[in-house]
Ligand binder design. Structure first.
Ligand code: ALA
Length: 481
């Protein structure tokens, strides 16, 4: 008897760690096919597509493009294509899972359905980095553009002491915190209002970038493209790793699974539509930027897109329009990313992985009000005191690991539930999920060792939480016992 006991409990622990939430249960409790569910289904395909574009186009194109040119030369265009291919392969995998499992938890829910509870918890930790930390990082980027615009218009900038993190010579980044609370106030009004205002902001950001392409083309000089790839493939490769950040956000569409009309059709279409729009815009902007000025001019250039227009037109108004456009663009990234974070916590709380606090809705607006305020407080603290580079690196690793799990999840679900209704199926299966896994590993391998160590510690904290809380409160576990 004494010899049997440990074996039984070991088996039962393994069963707990790998218990999977049936997709049918998820779809039924969220009303995926009946239009019901706890949240209000108010978002249509157009708004949802702009949700994906809104969460994606931001600091990456306005800041990181110019930072990546010195690494790759004009071949940064190819870096954009490479990063876009990796993000695109994963987006295709997301599209299949989002259509098959149309709930709010994004890759957390997909992992719960395919790889089990413990891995879902690790993915949730990744998503906290992707959403919570990136919202903070992007808000810090916003504060830089606010200063740029104030400087252009009034010759005045907010003092460093209240617009920089302590490590960069300030005390607290106030503009970043203001942005987070503006987004929070909007989110508290409801998902539908937020999606409408996001759609307007996205149209403005697309307009500003289209303006950049049209006006910037006037500065076209093919001589600037002559030394196309000064550092060859290694330069293109290194820049692709930096640029990958600009593609983060396409998956935010999948956090809206329970507030979308006809989710099995609209989620995959919106993810793929956003991917096409974002990749087209990025490549056009990159081509125009590198043809407009020599590579040497990108070194240390701040607000690069604004400066390019200024030198092409000889006037300062384009710089101000660009800075204003960047402010609107980054606002919408922050809005959607905070939204996504609250909906992932909502799904986790419903599953018993975190306290019920995150599952409580305001009865009138159907918004998780307390959770939204809690998230805003935490993100404000991060944005106020942590430097931007560290925030960006942690975002990238969290996202890449979540992407990896989603690509694996597509293959697992095809094996375990081949007949599940899917709004969209990954073409060239299994080539695309395998290429997506390879692409994510290829970018992860070039991240700094410190980023990987901090990530591993963070994952261990998430697992510790799971053993302390989730494993005992799991709704799935309670239903089975
Ligand atoms: N992709 C988003 C941005 O570039 C996070 O701001």
């Amino acid at each position: 008897m004494a010899a049997v006991q440990p074996e039984t409990s070991a088996v039962s622990l393994r069963q707990k760690l790998f218990r999977r939430k049936p997709v049918g249960v998820m779809s039924a409790e969220t009303g995926a096919d009946t239009g019901g569910g706890e949240l209000a289904r108010t978002i249509g395909l157009f708004q949802l597509t702009l949700f994906g574009v809104g969460a994606t186009i931001g600091t990456g194109i306005f800041v990181i493009l110019t930072e990546a040119v010195p690494t790759a030369g004009p071949a940064v265009i190819l870096s954009f294509v490479m990063a876009g291919v990796v993000a695109g392969l994963t987006a295709i995998c997301y599209a299949e899972l989002a259509g098959a499992v149309p709930v709010s938890g994004s890759s957390y829910s997909y992992a719960y359905a395919t790889l089990g509870e413990a891995i879902a918890m690790v993915v949730a930790a990744c998503l906290l980095l992707e959403y919570g930390v990136s919202a903070a990082g992007v808000a810090v980027g916003w504060s830089q553009y606010v200063n740029e615009l104030l400087d252009n218009l009034f010759g005045f900038t907010i003092p460093d002491s209240i617009s920089q993190a302590p490590e960069q010579g300030g005390i607290f980044n106030l503009p970043a915190v203001v942005l987070i609370w503006l987004c929070t106030l909007l989110l508290l009004r409801g998902a539908s209002e937020s999606a409408k205002i996001n759609a307007i902001m996205v149209l403005i950001k697309l307009g500003v970038l289209a303006l950049f392409v049209v006006v910037g083309l006037q500065g076209w000089n093919s001589d600037h493209l002559s030394n196309f790839a000064p550092d060859g493939f290694s330069g293109i490769n290194a820049a692709a790793g930096i640029i990958f950040f600009s593609y983060i956000g396409l998956d935010a569409v999948s956090t809206a699974g329970e507030e979308v009309k006809n989710p099995r059709r609209n989620l995959p279409l919106a993810i793929l539509g956003a991917l096409v729009i974002v990749t087209t815009i990025y490549v056009l902007v990159a081509v125009v930027a590198v043809a407009a000025q020599p590579v040497s001019a990108f070194n240390g250039q701040e607000a690069g897109l604004s400066n390019i227009l200024e030198s092409v037109t000889g006037s300062t108004w384009p710089a101000s329009v660009l800075a204003a456009g960047a402010i609107v663009s980054i606002f919408s990234v922050t809005l959607v990313v905070i939204y996504g974070q609250t909906r992932i916590l909502f799904a986790m709380s419903r599953d018993g992985m975190i306290p019920q606090f995150f599952h409580k809705l305001n009865q009138r607006t159907l918004v998780p009000v307390r959770s939204t305020i809690f998230v805003a407080v935490v993100i404000s603290l991060l944005a106020g005191v942590i430097p931007i580079n560290f925030l960006f690196e942690m975002t990238s690793i969290g996202t890449l690991v979540a992407f990896l799990v989603v690509s694996i999840g597509v293959m697992v679900l095809r094996q375990t539930q081949p007949d599940l209704p899917r709004g969209f199926k990954v073409p060239l299966y299994p080539l695309i999920p395998i290429a997506s896994i390879g692409g994510c590993i290829w970018i992860i391998k070039d991240l700094r060792a410190v980023t990987i160590y901090v990530f591993l510690i963070w994952t261990a904290v998430a697992l510790a939480w799971y053993f302390f809380y989730g494993i005992r409160h799991s709704k799935l576990g309670k239903a089975k016992s």
